[in-house]
Design a protein around this ligand. Structure first.
Ligand SMILES: [Zn+2]
Length: 305
């Protein structure tokens, strides 16, 4: 049931505010020590020495999705797939879409073009070796495709990706392009074309507000998330792009010595994630990106000015 993903085209004749309207659920598969908020607290050279919790936590997400008969897109970190190839195979076997979260969870603007290409190609190759299928989608670590790293899109095109879901059209200290399109758009770049699937925002009081994923799902009261998804579906006829990390369900994860802001973003309301995700899955319809957004039908970006 593909939809254009952008500007309100009907899906299979369904009314968007009825349960059949497919939102998108994405899961970024990484360890609790991979978020860039933890970069100052944990040297990547120590990653292998830390207790691994991603397999158990991902299975909790998979069980939750099975309970609700929901399929999602899993952006898997290459570092994880290299160590746990059977987990990737299991995710795919359950009918979910496998997409790429890079290899080492480095911020795009810290890597630069050459190292970004190496990181992405390595992650993609590991995943494709696991599942024997081409991987079409990418999400950058901490959504770090920003206005100064749009060259990353050319590299993604050259490396064979069909879509990217890394741009957050908000103002934030780590990520975000505040004026970017809020819904799926086909971008024409020097290297070719790629579909960008921005993370969800609601536009209120003259600015975009991030909603329905990660810390925003955990920190805002649930009713804000529910109203936001309803608003996107009913008023803007667009799917919400919800994202969650397996570590967000893990109340007992080891606490890392990060700064106060990072600790707030990472640890607040971990105990509420599972219940909130369960409510979302019960109240809305979800699909993986490959089924909910038909990349061939996404409209080309119109020139501005
Ligand atoms: Zn990540």
């Amino acid at each position: 049931m593909p939809l254009s993903g952008a500007h309100g085209d009907r899906v299979d004749g369904r009314t968007p505010d009825k349960p059949g309207f497919p939102n998108v659920l994405t899961v970024d598969v990484e360890e609790y020590f991979h978020p860039n908020a933890m970069d100052a607290a944990v040297d990547p050279a120590r990653w292998d020495a830390l207790p691994s919790r991603v397999e158990h936590n991902t299975h909790r997400v998979l069980d939750l999705l099975s309970e609700h008969d929901v399929r999602a897109t899993f952006f898997v970190l290459g570092w994880v797939a290299e160590r746990l190839p059977r987990l990737v195979v299991e995710i795919a076997r359950l009918g979910h879409e496998i997409a790429c979260h890079g290899y080492a969870h480095r911020l795009v603007y810290r890597l630069g073009p050459e190292r970004f290409r190496d990181d992405v190609a390595r992650g993609k190759r590991i995943l494709e070796d696991c599942i024997g299928l081409r991987v079409a989608g990418f999400r950058a670590a901490s959504c770090s495709i920003i206005d100064t790293t749009l060259w990353a899109l050319d590299i993604l095109i050259e490396e064979g990706f069909e879509y990217d879901s890394s741009i957050f059209p908000v103002r934030h200290d780590i990520y975000g392009i505040p004026g970017f399109h809020r819904f799926a758009v086909r971008l024409r770049r020097a290297a070719g074309e790629i579909v960008e699937i921005p993370l969800s925002t609601v536009h209120l009081l003259g600015r975009n507000w991030p909603v329905a994923g990660g810390g925003y799902l955990r920190i805002f009261p649930y009713w804000i998330t529910r109203l936001s998804v309803q608003r996107l579906n009913r008023r803007e006829h667009a799917p919400a792009i919800v994202y969650v990390h397996p570590w967000e369900l893990d109340i007992d994860q080891p606490r890392l010595p990060a700064g106060a802001v990072s600790r707030f973003r990472h640890y607040t309301n971990l105990r509420r994630t599972e219940a909130r995700l369960r409510r979302l899955l019960g109240e809305f319809t979800f699909a993986p990106i490959r089924d909910a957004i038909h990349c061939d039908d996404v409209p080309l970006e119109r020139p501005t000015g």
